[in-house]
Design a protein around this ligand. Structure first.
Ligand code: ATP
Length: 296
């Protein structure tokens, strides 16, 4: 399999691949040697936009390359459209796996994933992914201009639209600070943007795509506080009116989530709001929050 995730390149690699795939679904099949059997392009197209109610029903899963290890063992949760759900839990608990399944990168062993009353396997794949955006921890831009990088999810966007989303993503100022502005080349051969700048480009890209469902993987390492504030503001703008599933590391995010899922060893061991979870004496969440969540 080319889709090695944690075994070779780690989760950053997984996200790089997902990011590419979500940006340009037509390339998904080239990216994946190993296609889940259920992935076929023959599903009828929806006429209406996905609203973004997401339900996992008893989802069991193991990676095709490691069938013997059950990564998810009966995971159930629901998130209503427009709500924010935070996934927390120790490394290897299955947080990234949940987002990979939502993007339909693999078939399930058991259970169901439902979006708006319909199994995700009953959607046209391109349409399903067309309704989702990912903002990963470490955004990898491809070689090309800033403009092309923003327009990636919507190649026919006008320059006015691109400027508008750049502004909403708090990116306009730094972009216009470069001599070539939106034509500035980034990526390996271009200028090097900071982590926070790259994230804001990814946020602008997502705003342009206007998805119903967002998957956010929060940075574990803190950006400098000015950049942090700009990224955070841009994320708030992006999340408004969409369903957000956040692999969360920041206390502020977790506090404001409608629901927190504490994953441990492939099961959801605790679930509730920040306040509710802190009331569980010697709970996993309580422990984690003492150790791990960043105040910034
Ligand atoms: P982290 O916080 O470190 O990113 P996580 O909670 O996101 O961890 P996952 O990446 O979902 O955890 O991994 C869950 C389990 O699945 C781990 O045991 C991991 O080694 C395994 N795993 C992840 N990706 C793959 C893959 N592509 N192939 C095989 N096993 C994988």
């Amino acid at each position: 399999s080319t889709f090695v995730g944690a075994s070779f390149g780690g989760i950053a690699e997984l996200y790089a691949q997902i990011q590419k795939a979500v940006g340009a679904t037509e390339r998904v099949f080239e990216l994946l040697n190993e296609q889940p059997e259920n992935i076929n392009g023959n599903q009828p197209k929806l006429t209406e936009k996905i609203q973004g109610n997401v339900t996992f029903k008893n989802v069991g899963f193991s990676y095709p390359s490691r069938k013997e290890i059950e990564v998810l063992k009966g995971v159930s949760f629901s998130v209503k459209f427009g709500q924010k759900i935070a996934l927390v839990g120790p490394s290897g608990a299955g947080k990234s796996t949940i987002s990979a399944l939502l993007l339909r990168f693999y078939d399930l062993n058991s259970g169901e994933i439902i979006i708006d009353n319909k199994s995700i396997y009953d959607y046209d794949l391109e349409q399903l992914r067309g309704n989702m955006s990912i903002v990963p921890q470490d955004v990898i831009l491809f070689g090309g201009s800033i403009k092309e990088n923003i327009a990636y999810g919507k190649p026919d966007a006008s320059f006015e639209e691109i400027q508008m989303v750049a502004k909403q993503a708090n990116a306009l100022e730094f972009i216009n600070g470069f001599p070539e502005q939106f034509e500035t080349l980034v990526g390996e051969r271009g200028i090097k943007l900071s982590g926070g700048q790259r994230q804001r480009i990814a946020i602008a890209r997502a705003l342009l795509k206007n998805p119903s469902i967002l998957i956010l993987d929060e940075a574990t390492s803190s950006l400098d506080s000015e950049s942090e504030k700009l990224v955070q503001e841009a994320l708030e703008t992006l999340m408004k009116g969409r369903t957000s599933i956040i692999i969360a590391h920041r206390l502020a995010t977790i506090r404001s989530a409608d629901n927190i899922l504490v994953l441990n060893n492939g099961i959801i061991s605790e679930q509730g709001t920040h306040k509710e979870l802190l009331e569980i004496e010697s709970g996993i969440y309580k422990n984690l929050s003492n150790l791990q969540f960043s105040e910034y």
